[in-house]
Design a protein around this ligand. Structure first.
Ligand SMILES: [Zn+2]
Length: 192
């Protein structure tokens, strides 16, 4: 059986809630975004898998092992930001050219998210390696971390709750553009 082209990673899970605002939890929003993207990739004929299907906990080693064991060429790790700020960020490996990150960033801006930054970050603890374990410990898989927007920013939060499916779709669209795969819009509005 062929390896998947892409693995989608909903960040956090179970006791690890990620960031939150009231009863809105990052772990749940990114799971919804990821499950949506998984279905869309399947619908578009792109072989995709996911690191978790439900509200379950994965430690960093378990998570990165799922990515490397899948032998996927690409990984998108979905996150929501917090801590004062606004807009979207896409983070690529220090060893990647950032072209896919740029496509994702652009498509999210097209959908109305505020442009914060595209960047990569080297670890100080592990010189010449990535700061984020999703880059550092996923081998040759081309991993991009997508921080859609800030949960503790009112405007971002309202946009996210209203438009999360659109943002999820924009990432699918960006990926299709990047790999030169035809993209057709989702016509099933009841779709997860
Ligand atoms: Zn996160």
């Amino acid at each position: 059986m062929d390896s998947p082209l892409i693995i989608i990673d909903p960040g956090h899970g179970e006791v690890d809630c990620g960031c939150s605002y009231g009863d809105i939890y990052e772990k749940n929003i990114v799971l919804n975004i990821s499950l949506y993207q998984l279905k869309r990739f399947e619908e578009l004929g792109i072989k995709a898998v996911i690191t978790r299907y439900s509200d379950t906990y994965l430690n960093p080693d378990e998570r990165t092992k799922l990515v490397t064991d899948s032998k996927s060429v690409y990984c998108i790790s979905n996150h929501i930001n917090a801590g004062g700020g606004n807009g979207c960020e896409v983070i690529h490996s220090i060893y990647n050219d950032g072209k896919l990150a740029y496509e994702i960033f652009n498509k999210l801006l097209e959908a109305g998210l505020y442009p914060r930054r595209i960047y990569s970050k080297e670890s100080t603890q592990y010189p010449e390696q990535d700061y984020y374990f999703m880059h550092r410990n996923t081998g040759s898989c081309i991993t991009n971390i997508v921080e859609y927007c800030f949960i503790d920013n009112k405007d971002d939060r309202e946009k996210l709750l209203k438009n999360w499916k659109l943002y999820a779709e924009q990432v699918v669209k960006a990926f299709c553009k990047y790999i030169n795969h035809p993209h057709a819009n989702n016509t099933n509005h009841d779709f997860y």
